[in-house]
Ligand binder design. Structure first.
Ligand SMILES: Nc1ncnc2c1ncn2[C@@H]1O[C@H](COP(=O)(O)OP(=O)(O)O)[C@@H](O)[C@H]1O
Ligand SMILES: [Mg+2]
Length: 349
């Protein structure tokens, strides 16, 4: 079921949170709303779900205008960070509750609960209460409860935030599998770029109530429209150098650095150069000298921060090596084909 936010606005009193947002999520698509805390992700999700009433604009599911419908009439499944299970009910009762409220006969409820329990793989936990489940198991129950009514739309607000790292990894692929198997249209709210990149077909990056770019994870990573977007995706994050355009190259007056760039910018224009850590290493084509100020091994790769003359910082990610330490002088190089060029306001050139 397609979701369309058409000129959607939401204020709380005089606080405008979202103004004239347009967002379309294709049928069967999983889209991430990604952005820093407080940018309006949950406000948008709660409005789609019917918890908040929009101040302006329309929300459509398919061709149906649901703007004025209460949450129960929208046929949405919702999962929150705090699983919000009923503590006194067993897993079976928790999952079946939405059907019981609808007045479905007990035998039918039982059949549906069994079907969905198999789908989320919790068949062996059905008699337990939430307190007797791990965080990951509780989240599976919450997912099952959200899916049992065969909702048109699945809305997830930071569903993995309370899980430890290993479980988060497991539930990432689990939620994606469920979304694919059911073919349900889904929106995932998250501030975690790795989650957004790994789970979703497309990402909408939000900043201060606005969608600043919407694209597939690969497009977003390789072709960010602004420095904000470039800085939001990638771990460890991109580093930025400030300089000017001189003779067809990004130039830092206080250092030797000259990186040829093919952008349309007048001589002397202030530029910001984005260099991802995979584009600064011994193999690049533009030599840069500096001092290692941070070194860390992540098992398969090493991370380094290198401070250049003049104080700027470049980050490097390389296969594990044991010959470079904090305090060493290094002469590595930027891969000029990988750099991203922005104007001084952070707009991509
Ligand atoms: N019920 C509310 N009343 C007043 N302000 C709110 C309410 N809910 C959210 N806000 C404000 O709206 C902004 C966006 O919040 P939210 O959508 O929760 O952000 P996010 O989910 O991206 O972290 C914040 O400044 C927040 O303080
Ligand atoms: Mg939120």
């Amino acid at each position: 079921m397609r979701i369309l936010l058409d000129n959607f606005s939401k204020s709380f009193g005089s606080t405008k949170v979202i103004e004239n947002m347009r967002l379309e999520v294709g049928s069967g698509e999983m889209l991430a709303l990604l952005g820093p805390s407080g940018c309006g992700k949950s406000t948008t999700l709660f409005s789609i779900c019917g918890i908040h009433r929009p101040t302006g604009g329309r929300i459509l599911f398919g061709d149906r205008d649901v703007t004025d419908l209460p949450s129960q009439a929208r046929n949405v499944g919702v999962v929150f960070q705090s699983y919000a299970l009923y503590p006194h009910m067993t897993v079976t009762e928790n999952i079946g509750f939405p059907l019981k409220v609808k007045g479905m006969p007990a035998a039918e409820i039982r059949k549906e609960v069994d079907r969905i329990a198999a789908l989320v793989q919790i068949g062996n936990l059905m008699g337990r209460r939430p307190a007797e489940l791990s965080g990951g198991q509780q989240q599976r129950v919450a997912l099952a409860r959200a899916l049992i009514r065969k909702p048109d739309v699945l809305l997830l607000d930071e569903p993995l935030a309370n899980l430890d790292a290993k479980l988060r990894l497991e539930m990432r692929s689990e939620i994606r599998r469920l979304q694919r198997e059911t073919g349900i249209t889904a929106i995932l709210v998250t501030h975690d770029q790795v989650e957004a990149m790994s789970m979703c077909d497309r990402i909408a990056i939000m900043k201060e109530g606005e969608i600043v770019q919407i694209a597939t994870p690969a497009e977003m990573y390789n072709d960010p429209r602004t420095a904000f977007v470039a800085g939001f995706l990638g771990n460890p994050p991109i580093t930025f150098l400030r300089g000017i355009m001189q003779n067809g190259a990004f130039t830092m007056p206080e250092s030797e650095i000259r990186v040829p760039v093919s952008v349309n910018a007048a001589e002397g224009t202030k530029l910001t150069l984005g260099v991802r850590p995979e584009h600064f290493n011994p193999a690049g084509d533009v030599a840069v000298a500096g001092k290692v100020t941070f070194a860390e091994t992540q098992g398969r790769e090493n991370l380094y921060d290198v401070q250049l003359n003049g104080g700027s910082l470049l980050r490097s990610i390389q296969p594990v090596r044991n010959d470079v330490h904090v305090g060493d002088d290094v002469r590595w190089a930027i891969d000029s084909r990988g750099v991203l060029v922005f104007d001084e306001n952070g707009r991509r050139l």
